[in-house]
Design a protein. Structure first.
Length: 232
């Protein structure tokens, strides 16, 4: 049922959490059932008891496990469907983090290429997006749409068709990384200012500055989303 874990300590703990939750969802362990002891779990997962203790503490904090001193570790009276919902929510949070890592790789290069290769019509499109966003600065839904258009326009200005296709394939995930951010006080103004600075670097054909400003922008958005959560 449980498999050995070979990761850094923080990752080990998350992997153990994932395996235990998966076992509950699959019905391999039932609500109210006692799990193996901390020592036995450490042996099964081939990790230290400290790592197991961290995982158990986290699951207990989520009311998925109950630790009864002197008696053992028990699965809470919770339905597998509740665990599935919880797992999905955690996957989405992890996916947002992973997506920002990918965005920092792809979109910084896209900005640099755009600075080298952009044509007049690319600049016109980018500037229209900015001006329209300013005109609707109090409408989060419009700002969210213009944000998506801005980042796609950067990809198009890179004149790299493969990059454009990759960005198109990521549209749903890109929406997840932006979800609610424009409802956070001050974020819309910061993003508009960031976008203007990126366009300025692209207009001046300064590839390194364009790359740097895109990276700063993405890091700023990631910090905001992480601080406030993905629900705005």
């Amino acid at each position: 049922m449980f498999k050995p874990i070979f990761e850094e300590r923080s990752s080990m703990s998350e992997r153990i959490i994932s395996q235990i939750m998966d076992a509950i969802v699959k019905g391999e362990v039932k609500p109210g059932e006692r799990l193996p002891t901390e020592r036995d779990l450490a042996t099964l997962f081939q990790v230290s008891r400290t790592v197991v203790r961290d995982a158990i503490k986290t699951l207990a904090g989520r009311n998925i496990l109950h630790v009864k001193h002197g008696k053992g570790i028990f699965v809470a009276n919770i339905q597998p469907t509740d665990i599935e919902s919880f797992s999905q929510a955690n996957w989405e949070d992890a996916a947002v983090h992973d997506l920002f890592e990918i965005r920092k790789v792809l979109e910084t290069e896209a900005a640099a290429w755009a600075a080298e290769r952009r044509q007049a019509h690319h600049l016109e499109k980018l500037e229209w997006i900015i001006q329209d966003a300013k005109a609707h600065s109090d409408e989060p839904e419009v700002l969210d749409e213009r944000d998506a258009q801005f980042h796609m326009a950067i990809a198009e200005a890179s004149c790299n068709l493969v990059l454009v296709k990759i960005m198109l394939s990521l549209l749903d995930l890109l929406a997840k990384s932006r979800q609610g951010s424009y409802s956070i006080p001050g974020r819309s103004l910061e993003s508009l200012q960031d976008h203007e600075l990126i366009i300025e670097a692209i207009r001046e054909k300064d590839r390194e500055l364009a790359r740097q400003r895109m990276l700063q922008h993405l890091e700023g958005v990631e910090q905001t989303v992480s601080k406030h959560g993905n629900k705005g």
